[in-house]
Design a protein around this ligand. Structure first.
Ligand SMILES: Nc1ncnc2c1ncn2[C@@H]1O[C@H](COP(=O)(O)OP(=O)(O)OP(=O)(O)O)[C@@H](O)[C@H]1O
Ligand SMILES: [Mg+2]
Length: 313
């Protein structure tokens, strides 16, 4: 199995603060690899190190078989990086931005002309070519940024929250494009806070406080989840919710309309029976077991660390 990215012991400290802490990652070629984690967990910092823009404090990085920093220049030609913050030139038009970025990435002449047409069509930018980038809407800016990141047909795409501010239909198109590029041989590392997007990835890594806390396919992560999921339906979920919060085996409670999704300690012999007894005094309550979602996996992986920390472990 060829790896597009291999990092070992990747660490970044800012003064006394450790933003990325001993992270190991192996990303095989030709997959869509999701990178999840709460705000401030170190995703952007890790990605910036992977494309040679930020020097690690410690650790080794190999991208497309080449080591960073020794081969950073060669790597850049084959990597597309879409930053979390909009980094196009606001006072240049869409066309001028694509032209400029294309040339920086070594695409010239007829080839550049063809690639510009292709990405404009791919990301639905044809009607905006003469607009200044700074005057585009949030979602249009994201489309331009992705078009620019892919203009040189990179073998590896690093996408930092590419779909924030993007409407649901455009988001679908985005993901279709990602899979098309993956089918054509690209490897894609993508950060997202959207669980439906995480679910679509071939593989996921979850980072919390700079530490990698989970790694696996969405299906494996769900089936390995160390928690039972029970759904409680009630016309008065608020009262039940506060009662559930007071019970030690309850790990988390999420309300979806009149439904409460309860994550329960799997050590309990029968979470369903236990919860039915605990809620016996409430009327009109329906209780049933449910299967874990990626959101449950995320909540569990990122919560465990903070609980451990609270207990001084
Ligand atoms: N140049 C810097 N100097 C000091 N601290 C920094 C620097 N860059 C990042 N950090 C800190 O490192 C931590 C990780 O930041 P990072 O941007 O990598 O998080 P993230 O996982 O990308 O978060 P988000 O989901 O909000 O984008 C944060 O606490 C941030 O404040
Ligand atoms: Mg970030």
């Amino acid at each position: 199995m060829k790896l597009a990215i291999e990092v070992k012991g990747l660490t970044k400290t800012f003064g006394s603060f450790t933003a990325v802490n001993q992270v190991d990652m192996r990303i095989p070629e030709n997959m869509v690899y999701g990178f999840l984690g709460p705000n401030g967990s170190g995703k952007t910092t890790a990605i910036r190190m992977m494309c040679g823009l930020l020097e690690p404090t410690a650790g080794e990085i190999t991208v497309l078989g080449m080591q960073i920093p020794a081969r950073t220049e060669a790597i850049r030609q084959q990597v597309g990086y879409m930053t979390q913050r909009f980094s196009m030139y606001g006072d240049l038009t869409v066309e001028q931005n694509l032209d400029f970025i294309g040339k920086i990435m070594g695409v010239t002449g007829k080839h550049l002309k063809r690639r510009k047409e292709e990405v404009k069509e791919q990301f639905n930018l044809q009607s905006f070519t003469s607009f200044l980038a700074g005057e585009l809407s949030g979602g249009q800016k994201r489309r331009l940024a992705l078009a620019a990141a892919t203009i040189h047909k990179p073998r590896l795409l690093l996408l930092d929250e590419p779909t924030s501010e993007v409407d649901p239909n455009t988001r679908r198109d985005f993901w279709d494009q990602l899979f098309t590029m993956c089918d054509q041989g690209a490897t894609i590392l993508v950060t997202t806070h959207l669980m439906d997007e995480a679910e679509r990835c071939h593989h996921l890594a979850i980072i919390n406080d700079g530490i990698k806390v989970a790694d696996g396919s969405p299906a494996a992560l769900k089936s390995d989840l160390a928690a039972a999921i029970v759904e409680v339906k009630s016309p008065r979920p608020a009262q039940i919710k506060s009662h559930l919060h007071s019970l030690t085996p309850v790990i988390s409670v999420t309300q979806v309309g009149m439904l409460l999704r309860v994550m329960v300690d799997p050590q309990l012999a029968s979470p369903l029976e236990w919860l039915s007894k605990e809620l016996a005094s409430f009327v009109d309550v329906e209780i049933r077991t449910s299967s874990p979602s990626i959101e449950d996996v995320f909540v569990m992986a990122t919560r465990k660390m903070s609980r451990d920390a609270e207990h001084g472990n």
